[in-house]
Design a binder for this molecule. Structure first.
Ligand SMILES: Nc1ncnc2c1ncn2[C@@H]1O[C@H](COP(=O)(O)OP(=O)(O)OP(=O)(O)O)[C@@H](O)[C@H]1O
Length: 339
């Protein structure tokens, strides 16, 4: 099912939570809505689900205006961060719940068969008779997803479904969600404020700021061509240096870095730890700390210009705290400084 948002607005009292959002989600696509807290992600999801009305603009499911479709008929499966499973029902009963109350009549055998299929698909085999309190947090979210999938939704909406889980379980669950998505091909919209999660999972990432889309594109486009200082900073792990641009070239200490299209004047340069090199030439610096990682070393260095940067070098590069050296910039995003 294809979803289209056309200049959608939502205001709570006087607060404009969603400001003219237009977005096309193709059938079978997995899209992540990424943005800081309060940027309007959940509100957009709730409007698509029909739990909230848009004040202006339109939402289409396929060719049909969603306002004409009741919540029950939208064919939407919803999973929240704290998706309360019914504690007095077993895992199997929780999964069967939606099918039992659905308008589509299913026989007991059909329901049991579907529950068994979903337990298998969700790698929950053998847990059907347990109660929610007797399984782990990660397993509970898989039950929540099984419950959402049980009624064959056309669209799956996930609001920080793994938010409450620890980092390793999250990583494992999102890989697995991607596999499930690829197997079932359901149009999926996923809300997160975790950059890594969005980039890891999605075909397309939509970045929101204060109720507006500021950039959308494939993870590659977002990572390699962030269109603003905000997006670059939000993706995390970026060193920021103040530079001066003149005739399309950024100047910092003795370095000259191409800044095509950037207007003359003060600007900010962003470079990720992998985009800086510990080199013979560049900005003079003193190493303040070396952090060893499984596949690399991270150098924390104080530049003579007064700024501190972090850069990654191969694990066998000999470097120690207090070493003097120079830092070259191999790749950078440069934006005019907002005056
Ligand atoms: N029912 C409501 N009444 C008043 N204000 C609301 C309501 N729902 C959301 N808001 C406000 O709208 C803004 C957007 O909220 P929303 O929950 O969509 O953001 P979000 O990006 O999902 O944030 P988070 O990551 O913290 O969940 C917030 O400033 C929030 O306080």
């Amino acid at each position: 099912m294809k979803i289209k948002l056309d200049r959608v607005e939502k205001t709570f009292d006087t607060f404009r939570a969603v400001r003219g959002v237009s977005l096309n989600i193709e059938s079978g696509e997995l899209v992540a809505l990424l943005g800081p807290s309060g940027s309007g992600k959940t509100t957009i999801l709730r409007m698509i689900a029909g739990l909230e009305y848009a004040d202006a603009g339109h939402i289409y499911f396929g060719e049909q205006d969603a306002t004409e479709i009741s919540v029950a008929n939208r064919g939407v499966g919803f999973v929240f961060q704290h998706y309360a499973l019914f504690p007095h029902m077993t895992v199997a009963q929780n999964i069967a719940f939606g099918m039992k109350v659905s308008k589509t009549r299913r026989s007991k055998d059909e329901i049991n068969l579907r529950v068994a299929e979903l337990l298998d698909l969700m790698r929950l085999k053998g847990l059907g008779e347990r109660f929610p309190a007797q399984i782990s947090g990660g397993q509970r979210q898989r039950v929540a997803l099984a419950r959402a999938l049980a009624v064959d939704p056309k669209v799956l909406l996930l609001d920080e479904p793994f938010g409450a889980l620890d980092a390793n379980v999250r990583r494992e669950l999102r890989r697995w969600l991607r596999e499930i998505h690829d197997e079932l091909g359901i149009t999926t919209l996923f809300v997160t404020h975790d950059q890594e999660e969005a980039l890891d999972l999605a075909d397309r990432v939509v970045i929101l700021r204060e109720g507006e889309i500021v950039q959308h594109g494939s993870p590659y486009e977002i990572c390699r061509h962030p269109n603003s200082a905000f997006v670059t900073r939000f993706l995390g792990d970026a060193n920021r240096l103040e530079v001066r641009v003149h005739n399309g070239v950024a100047h910092i200490a003795d370095l000259r870095i191409a800044a095509p299209g950037c207007i003359d004047g003060p600007a900010e340069l962003y470079a990720r730890p992998g985009d800086l090199a510990w080199d013979g030439k560049g900005i003079a610096a003193t190493v303040s700390r070396v952090i060893d990682r499984p596949g690399s070393r991270r150098i924390v260095a104080d530049l003579d210009t007064g700024e501190t940067v972090e850069l990654d070098v191969p694990p066998d590069v000999p470097v120690n705290a207090k070493d003097r050296g120079a830092i070259a910039v191999t790749r950078a995003s440069i934006f005019p400084l907002a005056m």
